[in-house]
Every structure is written in C-alpha cells, then in structure tokens.
Ligand binder design. Structure first.
Ligand code: DAH
Length: 338
C-alpha cells in the first residue's frame, strides 16, 4: 500500500508539473483528489488496514495529500503569472496615459457668455421672447410702418398664418415692456432670421443681443457711457468706440456703433458692431395703447436701446473671415477655441 501511495503521489506531481493551463491543472486535481480520485479511493481503503499500520499509512496519506495540494496551488499561481504576462505583452505600462478629449464651448457661446457677464454686472437682467413672432411685436409696436423694406416678403420669412421668424431681437423690447413696468433693464440674446443670400458675412439665421433701459431721465450720456464701457470690456480698455448717426424706426436719435479694429498685419479700420438709440416716443405710445395703465407715458419715461450681432463680435474677436465656419461644426475649427 505504501508503494501505491508513493506511485499515486509521483504520478500526480508529474501531471501537475506538465499541466500547461488551468484546465489541465483542474483535470489533474480531479484525477487524484476528486470523489473518485486515486488518492480518495485509496484513503477509503484505510478501514481494512490492520491497526498497527494505520498510523504510519495515515501519515503517509496525509503527507501525499499535502504535497499534492501544495503543488496544485503553486502551479495555479505560476499559470496565473504567465497569463498576466501574456495579457500585458506589447503594453508599456510606463508610458504616460493618453490625453482625455475634453469638449469645448463654441465661439458664439463664449462671446454670448462674455457679453452677458459684462451687462449683468451693470444691472441688466436676461429676458426672452419667441422666435416665431407676430407683426405687432416685430414691427408695428416698434414704429416700423407697413411699407418698410424690412417687412418685405423678400427679406422676411413669413408663415401662412401671417406670423414670421423674427428679423431682430428688438421684439423682446416690446414683450418686456408689456410684461413689466419701468424701470426696465433687460438684455435678450437670441436668434434672428432674414432671407439674406448666404455668403462669407451673411447667414439666414444669426445671433443678436438686444438691450433696453427704461426709467425717468435716461440720457444719451447714459447710452454712450454704457456701450463704450461694454465694448472696452469686450475688446480691451484701449478700444476706440465711435457713434455714427443713423436711422432706426424705433429710436430717435439713432446711431451705429463702430469699434476700431487693429488686426495683425492690417491698417486699423472702423468696423460696425451695433445699432442703438434713444427709444422713440412712438414706441412708448404703442406700449401705452396696449397696456392702458399709463406706465409708459411718453411724457414721463425715457430710455435707450441697443442691438448687436454676436456672430460679428466673435468674428472680430478671433479674426474669423467667414461666418459659415460658425455653423459648419467642423471640429478642426472648433478645437481652436478649447
Ligand atoms: N434691430 C436692429 C437690427 O437688427 C438693431 C438695433 C438698432 C437694435 C437700434 C436696437 C436699436 O435696439 O436701438 O439691425
């Protein structure tokens, strides 16, 4: 019996040594230690062993079991080691990790945030209105007569219902005055739509930011100070700002605002960035007619308004030559603003 145990042990150890993977190792374990394994079977023959031999044979069985179990464990670790090494083959774990790709804000979003931040610091609150507007809010209440070119079917997107895609964010002026009494200090960034031919400086949808300030005794000086400060915050403290007389139906007097652009390698030039003016009393009269509470009595309130093109501001800020880049979503272009 002692010889048999020794033979089983040797056989098992050599199977274990030869096992090339964990499956072969499992097989080796079952053959010896399984329910019908060789060592299990011989252990059950202990009953028939004479008393005086029991102790020594038992000890031999135990040491065989221990030797085999230890060999199995050691081989298991060795195989795992090999598997780990193979999994890592070709991978240099000392290399720095790959950079994560973060998204970035669109240049228009960056400009809008900056404009809003500056104006909020000055006490303007955000306001909004619908992009599908009616003629009253887009034109009539803004003192724009029916024969004004902006109302032409060739220039404006009309729906069969008579509604239209707002041609400017100035409609939010009207909506704000309808819904709140003076004083009013609002800004309204948003999309506007025109039937323009698409080229490097025109799209049929573009982005504006409207502003409106209504109180008693608001002066042209307030308008100039506010907008000069705004554009100097936007483009740098030394930025020159000029107010050029112009015409808008809803303001009187009205101006276009130019800033002096110093682009690299180019002679400095004035570039138009916004329209503005003192709110025309005719606008207050229209609001008074619809509110009927006298809050916007043209004799009592005064105010200024302005509207700027955010696309234009972004193009100036970053020297973007073609407005279409702002809507094409070409990652190579957008990545530059990360
Ligand atoms: N709504 C004008 C446009 O789209 C811009 C503008 C001019 C807005 C003068 C104003 C303003 O509020 O006072 O061209």
């Amino acid at each position: 019996m002692k010889d048999q145990i020794e033979a089983i042990q040797n056989e098992a150890l050599s199977r274990i040594a030869q096992a090339a993977d964990t499956r072969a190792l499992d097989d080796a374990r079952v053959v010896v230690l399984g329910k019908k394994g060789t060592l299990t079977e011989i252990s059950s023959g202990m009953r028939d062993i004479p008393k005086e031999e029991k102790a020594s044979i038992g000890a031999l069985l135990n040491s065989a079991r221990t030797a085999i179990t230890e060999a199995l464990e050691a081989k298991q670790l060795a195989l795992q080691d090999i598997a780990d090494k193979q999994a890592l083959e070709g991978i240099d774990s000392t290399l720095p990790s790959r950079a994560l790709h973060h998204g970035s804000l669109h240049p228009l979003t960056l400009i809008r945030h900056q404009a809003i931040n500056i104006l909020r610091r000055m006490g303007f609150a955000l306001a909004e209105g619908p992009e599908i507007e009616d003629e009253f809010h887009c034109f009539d209440a803004l003192n724009t007569p029916a024969d004004h070119p902006a109302r032409n079917e060739k220039d404006t997107f009309y729906f069969d219902s008579g509604k239209l895609l707002r041609t400017h964010t100035s409609s939010v002026q009207v909506r704000s005055m309808e819904s709140q009494a003076p004083p009013v200090r609002i800004i309204a960034p948003g999309s506007a739509y025109r039937r323009d031919e698409i080229d490097a400086t025109h799209l049929s949808v573009f982005n504006q930011l409207e502003g409106l300030y209504i109180d008693t005794d608001v002066s042209l000086g307030d308008l100039k100070g506010t907008l000069e400060y705004f554009f100097q915050e936007m483009f740098g403290s030394g930025t020159e700002v000029r107010f050029r007389p112009h015409f808008f139906p809803f303001t009187e007097p009205s101006f276009e605002i130019d800033v002096k652009l110093h682009a690299k390698g180019q002679a400095p030039r004035w570039i138009e960035v916004a329209g503005c003016g003192m709110v025309d009393p005719a606008v207050f009269a229209a609001i008074s007619a619809s509110r009927k509470d006298g809050a916007y009595d043209p004799e009592k309130v005064t105010g200024f308004a302005f509207g700027m093109g955010l696309d234009r501001l972004a193009m100036i800020r970053w020297g973007i030559k073609d407005i279409r880049l702002l809507i094409e979503n070409d990652a190579r272009f957008l990545k530059q603003f990360a």
